[in-house]
Design a binder for this molecule. Sequence first.
Ligand code: GLU
Length: 289
Amino acid sequence: MPPVFRFAPSPNGFLHLGHAYSALLNFDRAREIGGRLLLRIEDIDATRCRPEYETAIYEDLAWLGISWQTPVRRQSEHLADYRAALEKLSALGLVYPAFESRAEIAKLVAAREADGPWPRDPDGAPLYPGDAKSLSADERSQLIASGAPYALRLDMGAACRRTADLTWNEHGEGPDGERGIVPARPEAWGDVVLARKETPTSYHLSVVVDDALQDVSEIVRGQDLFYATSVHRLLQVLLGLPEPAYRHHRLIRDEAGRKLSKSSRSTGLRELRAAGITAARIRRLVGLG
Ligand code: GLU
């Protein structure tokens, strides 16, 4: 089977030079080795995603000279697939409801921090303290019956006990120069959210389900997602999904060395195009000559 690549943007803003770099790397690499390139629209967050951004993604990629296989998979149309995966994890006893709001979690963390530093995940967010894990079955059903909103979290300790020595094969490079066989450390993320009331799935869950359903064999994406790969490998093993090859690439930064953001005008593809910059120039700007 030919290798399968994917570019998977979220339509919550306009694409910038960093997206151009990632999309072009995927496109070039797929062409080089006779692979297929898929485009996936990661639009599970209904509060932030907008149809005009999705239309702009198609336009901007086509302008860059990128083509992809259709149909495009739009995650919001496949919630049943993510629900099925969640049920599988639930059946393994690895999922529990947590009823605290974000503000309540911040309070719980602050209380723990009074006794010393509290662990943070690789993105810098404090780990969920796990209080809801100790609710009894009765307390849980009462809260659910009362209509209290909750998030479904992965019991990371239990999940890690079911899997041993997870690794992935890194063909690119991590932020600290990691390459080759990299040990996964999903426990660094704590009890991650798998689904919320308003979004019945999460980035981690939908990305592993889709990569498997779409037979993606080569994942080429930014180093900002390098550490998340640990969670992805864990979910792949728990769900019995195949292991793709990973190639994390450097991030394009602005003059001040900051990661680009979708709201920054100076590096937006639409702005650059309007200013008369050609697609060939964009390639050179991101170092693809
Ligand atoms: N949708 C993610 C983003 O826009 C990328 C997902 C991935 O490549 O795994 O950052």
